[in-house]
Write a protein that binds this ligand. Structure first.
Ligand SMILES: Cc1ncc(COP(=O)(O)O)c(C=O)c1O
Length: 424
C-alpha cells in the first residue's frame, strides 16, 4: 500500500462511502483536460466530469491564470459591508446571460446544496415578510437537491435521508411526470395550488440527475409553471446540474417558454474548479426583503460568501462559454450521443436510453431495479476502471456527462467500452 493510501485510510472519511467495505480510492496525482492520472502510472477518462462539475476539462489554463491573477489582488474578503470587482462582474454577467429582463439579483453561497437552502429560505421569508406565511412546498418524486437539511427535505425520501426524515418540514411530492400521467399530475398540482398554502414548487428542470438522469417533457414543465404562476406559487429551478451547456443550451430554462422566480446555480459555474453557489432571483422577491425593519433582511451568509478566487474562476469559465469552440464541442457531443443511442436502442439488455444534450444515460434491465447500491453498479464501475474510464453509474443507469474538451476519438472509445460492457 502506498504511503498516500495508508494515510488516506488512517485519516480520511470519504463522502457517500461505506468505509468498511469500499474499494481503495484512486490515487489521483495529476489531472489534465479529460484525463486523471494515478500514482501507479494509470490514467482514466473522466466521463462524469468529476461529479458533473468539470465542464471545460481539468486545469484549464484560462481559469488557472484568472485564479492566480486574482490571488495577487484579493484572496478573500468579508462580503457583508464589503464588495469586490469579481463578485460584481460575475453578478452582472449572470443576470445578462439569463433570459432577458427576468432576473435581477444574485445571492452568493458555497455549493449546490447551499444555493438550494438559500432559495428555500428566500421563498419562506418572502411570504413571511408579507404576513402571509405559507409552509408547503411541492417537489417532484425522485428529486435530489443536495444534502443539507432543507435540500434533503425537498428531495426523494429513502435510505439516503431516512435517519433525518423526522426533522424535515412538510413537502408534498408530485409523481414523476411520465408521459401517461402528465395530464393527471397537472390536475393534482392545480388542486394543491388552490389551497393557497404553497410557498413554492422546486424542480430540476427537464432532467432529474441523481435519480438516474430521468428526462421529462419541457411542454409539461411549462404547463406546470403556468399553473404555479396562476395561483401565485413561486417557482424554483434547481439548475445546479442542468446549467452550463449540459442540456445542449446554456441553461435548461432556455428550452422553456416560462421562466422561474428563482434559479440555483453551482457545479460547472466555476468550470468545476472552486466551490461556489448562486441563487438568482427577481426584483419582485428581492423587494419583499426591503424594509426599515432589519429583521426583514435575508439573514443568511457563509464565511466564504462571494470568495474572490471562486468568482474569478466563474468569470473565466464564462469567458470560455463565449468561445464558439465550446459550443461546437457541446454540439458534437450531443450529436454523437444521439447517434450512439440510436445504435443501442434495440438491445434487449437495455430498459431505456435517455439523452438530454451532453448527457447520455442507459438504463439496463436489472432484477435489482434502480438501486443505488446495486451489484450491477459495482460490476459496471469496476469494469470501466479496468478499461481506463471513470464512470460512476447510478444503480443500473450507466451515464456519461463528459467535459466539453473531450475529443471525438475519446468519446468513440467510451461508447465502444460501454457497448462491450452491455454486450458482455
Ligand atoms: C440538482 C442538484 N441540486 C443540488 C445538488 C447539490 O450540490 P452540491 O453537491 O454542490 O451540494 C446537486 C448535486 O449533485 C444536484 O444534482
Amino acid at each position: 500500500m502506498s504511503e498516500m493510501l495508508g494515510k488516506d485510510k488512517k485519516y480520511v472519511w470519504h463522502p457517500f462511502t461505506q468505509m468498511q467495505t469500499a474499494d481503495d480510492p484512486l490515487e489521483i496525482i495529476r489531472a489534465e483536460k479529460t484525463t486523471l492520472y494515478t500514482a501507479d502510472g494509470n490514467s482514466y477518462l473522466d466521463c462524469n466530469s468529476s461529479w458533473w462539475v468539470n465542464v471545460h476539462g481539468h486545469c484549464h489554463p484560462h481559469i488557472g491564470k484568472a485564479i492566480s491573477e486574482q490571488f495577487s489582488r484579493i484572496d478573500h474578503v468579508i462580503f457583508a459591508g464589503a464588495t469586490h470587482p469579481k463578485a460584481v462582474e460575475l453578478a452582472e454577467r449572470i443576470i445578462n446571460i439569463l433570459p432577458k429582463n427576468k432576473f435581477h439579483k444574485v445571492f452568493f453561497s458555497d455549493n449546490g446544496s447551499t444555493s438550494v437552502e438559500v432559495a428555500l429560505k428566500m421563498v419562506f421569508q418572502y411570504w413571511h415578510n408579507q404576513n402571509q406565511p405559507k409552509k408547503r412546498i411541492l417537489a417532484l418524486d425522485g428529486a435530489y437537491h443536495g444534502d443539507t437539511f432543507g435540500a434533503m427535505a425537498v428531495g426523494q425520501r429513502g435510505y439516503f435521508n431516512e435517519p433525518f426524515e423526522h426533522f424535515f418540514f412538510q413537502v408534498d411530492q408530485l409523481d414523476f411526470p411520465i408521459k401517461t400521467k402528465e395530464e393527471q399530475l397537472l390536475n393534482e398540482a392545480e388542486q394543491l395550488f388552490k389551497t393557497n398554502e404553497f410557498a413554492a414548487i422546486i424542480v430540476e428542470p427537464l432532467i432529474q440527475g441523481s435519480s438516474g438522469m430521468k428526462t421529462y417533457s419541457k411542454k409539461w414543465l411549462d404547463q406546470l409553471i403556468s399553473l404555479a404562476k396562476k395561483y401565485n406559487v413561486l417557482v424554483i429551478f434547481d439548475e445546479v446540474m442542468t446549467a452550463w451547456g449540459r442540456t445542449g443550451k446554456l441553461f435548461a430554462m432556455n428550452h422553456c417558454t416560462e421562466t422561474p422566480d428563482i434559479v440555483c446555480l453551482s457545479k460547472g459555474l466555476t468550470g468545476g474548479v472552486i466551490p461556489l453557489g448562486l441563487t438568482v432571483t427577481t426584483d419582485k422577491i428581492y423587494k419583499a426583503f426591503l424594509s426599515d425593519e432589519k429583521t426583514k433582511a435575508l439573514l443568511h451568509g457563509h464565511s466564504y460568501t462571494g470568495n474572490p478566487l471562486a468568482c474569478a474562476a466563474a468569470c473565466a469559465s464564462l469567458d470560455i462559454f463565449e468561445n464558439q469552440e465550446t459550443w461546437d464541442s457541446i454540439d458534437l457531443i450531443c450529436k454523437l450521443n444521439l447517434k450512439f443511442s440510436m445504435r443501442l436502442k434495440d438491445s434487449i439488455k437495455i430498459k431505456e436510453i435517455r439523452q438530454c444534450g451532453t448527457i447520455l444515460a442507459i438504463e439496463l434491465n436489472s432484477k435489482e431495479g434502480n438501486n443505488y447500491f446495486s451489484n450491477l453498479r459495482d460490476i459496471a464501475y469496476r469494469y470501466f476502471l479496468e478499461n481506463n474510464l471513470l464512470i460512476r453509474p447510478l444503480g443500473n443507469v450507466i451515464f456519461i456527462n463528459p467535459p466539453y474538451s473531450i475529443t471525438e476519438i475519446e468519446l468513440k472509445k467510451t461508447y465502444k467500452i460501454i457497448e462491450n460492457f452491455i454486450n458482455r
